[in-house]
Design a protein around this ligand. Sequence first.
Ligand SMILES: *Cc1c(COP(=O)(O)O)cnc(C)c1O
Length: 400
Amino acid sequence: MKSFRQDLQQQLLERKHNTLLRQRRTLLSPQGTEIILDGNHVTSFCSNDYLGLADHPDVIQAYHKGLEQFGAGSGASHLVSGHMGSHHALENELAEFTGRSRALIFSSGYMANVGVLTTLLGKNDAVFEDRLNHASLLDGGLFSGAAFKRFPHLDMDTLDKQLTDSSGQKKLIVSDGVFSMDGDKALLPELITIAEKNDAILMLDDAHGFGVLGQEGGGLAAQWQEQGVQIDEDNLQVLIGTFGKAFGASGAFVAGSEELIETLIQFCRPYIYTTAISPAMAEALRTSLKLIRKDNWRRQYLTQLIQRFKDHCADLGLEVLASETPVQAVILGDAETALQASEELLRKGVYVTAIRPPTVPQGSARLRITFSAIHTESQFKKLLDSLEVVARMSSLASMT
Ligand SMILES: *Cc1c(COP(=O)(O)O)cnc(C)c1O
């Protein structure tokens, strides 16, 4: 059928005309700070491997050992014969790490979020989401069939009002912990208070907070607990983490009460009808978790890089969003400027991706710079030096 392809072509052309066409670049090296990208050696500032564990020798060794002990694949879903000792051990360690009764492993964060939301919510319920929530949370909310409300980013008054006005049977508030494209944090104590006041359930997806926040990398909830705020599985009922960021591998987990996890095992289709992650990777993840908890120096080093970066951008007059996490957004406005800035940096051997709509709101196209605990001083300096050209482009763009 010819028109099928022509229709697709039309749509693709339109995307190209709007400077929104995405292109994949191929890496021929491990994930790290010096990578080989489309054949060129460049310094990377765009991976989510915040702690530098994706290529850590201990993690790789655990992976090797896991392969020898358990083989490459899990062979089946968890409910058939794919639930192996390494998965079970990892779940127990995650439960302990998060201070929850139980944890459950998913193949990806996207599946965990869609799975949890579609399992917990039905058409008589209502879900309330921060506007800047990750796409998987928005999709999960929409797929669930529940009444779907978004509130402006971090706007607790609007959220409170939406909850009060809602006639949903069950009300669920969902938020990123650390926002993936802005790097700022959910107002967790306020969310807890508002949820309790309105008899709502609270779900936090801390994909970018785990490993990065808290003394042992326990994420946003742990950071607040360390400051004396009472947080547990009865006031933050659903806690999500992913293995693709600071853990350095892939997959995700849900942590919560006995009842929550058992409900997911029984009813969550994206948990039930999919093959369990590789048992060898589960072994690698157990070692990642140990390093995350033990190596506080990685977080301290990141904090220092982030502060110096922000100071430098302030000197250059670059607009950087308020964020104290390794996700730093330099706002350039239109998609074209962001894309050109990214290409200019790449010519200087610095790889930073341009993030454009629809991933971020119109007019807020940006460079999303991420830091890793394994960035060296000279790599860091190289980034700072290369930002001068971005500052020039940014001020030119704002004049036109
Ligand atoms: C990356 C991310 C996800 C998706 O996790 P995957 O394991 O990559 O599918 C979900 N939520 C947030 C906030 C994320 O940043």
